[in-house]
Design a protein around this ligand. Structure first.
Ligand code: PGA
Length: 253
């Protein structure tokens, strides 16, 4: 196993902000801060701002989409294909976010098709998994989500996939997971995908934590060797807080 030094910080803006000007201002303000070399910073704006945001990013800062169609092209009103995203300059796409699973009704089967579509388009998926309630059977749920997501898929090349552990009860609630539990969930994820593919492959897979990450708790999650970064929602819309989260990658090493 290689010890992965690089940390990933993903800003998931969800359905915010309401103007392109605000979106551009937000990125420009974040980029005035110094971004450490060993951090892969990834902005995930709504589709409609992707093109404008891409123009503001130096090449080491990456762009991601919040969703992707499972279809390649054609009669899918309202959908956005992987190729469109790739051609706009996206490197990553979030797939299986709990807000899409539970508010929009995405199923494991759709998520599996979306993963395949992302790989086909040359995008790196950030697959989000997590249990709904704090007392849910996490082994059972993560096993089901991961097995179904990777159905009929060969092991993606290392660096061509990330997994985000996002307990649903911690998303947008202000109640984050404990760093110890998040770490054990990250290990469990590696164990499950290691059984699907190989343990070596799984140990090199970046696994992130997401769910009420703030400037106060960021270092406790990101600082762990087994957690390779954070998927940040609400706090990524606050410039000062978000830049402190980026800085938190440099502590607790
Ligand atoms: P949050 O969202 O940081 O606002 O809890 C995390 C996410 O949805 O990825």
């Amino acid at each position: 196993m290689k010890i992965m030094k690089k940390k990933f910080i993903i800003a998931n803006w969800k359905m915010n902000p309401s103007t392109s000007d605000e979106a551009q201002r937000l990125v420009k303000s974040v980029l005035t801060a110094q971004i450490p070399k060993d951090v892969e910073l990834i902005f995930t704006p709504p589709f409609v701002y992707l093109e404008a945001i891409k123009k503001l990013l130096p090449k080491e800062i990456k762009l991601a989409a919040q969703n992707i169609s499972w279809a390649e092209r054609g009669a899918y009103t309202g959908e956005i294909s992987g190729l469109m995203l790739k051609n706009l300059g996206c490197s990553y796409v979030i797939i299986g976010h709990s807000e899409r699973r539970y508010k929009i009704g995405e199923t494991d089967e759709m998520i599996n098709l979306k993963l395949k579509a992302a790989f086909k388009a040359g995008l790196t998926p950030v697959l989000a998994v997590g249990e709904k309630e704090q007392n849910d059977d996490i082994v059972k749920i993560l096993t089901r989500q991961l097995k179904n997501a990777f159905k009929d898929l060969e092991a993606p090349e290392v660096g061509r996939l990330m997994i985000a552990y996002e307990p649903v009860w911690a998303i947008g609630t202000g109640i984050s997971d404990t760093p110890d539990h998040a770490l054990s969930a990250a290990l469990l994820i590696r164990k499950i995908v290691g059984n699907l593919y190989t343990a070596d492959w799984a140990s090199d897979l970046p696994v992130l934590y997401g769910g009420s990450v703030t400037e106060e708790n960021a270092a406790d999650f990101i600082g762990q060797t087994g957690i390779n970064g954070a998927l940040v929602g609400g706090a990524s819309l606050e410039v000062l807080e978000f830049t402190k989260i980026i800085k938190a990658t440099q502590t607790n090493d």
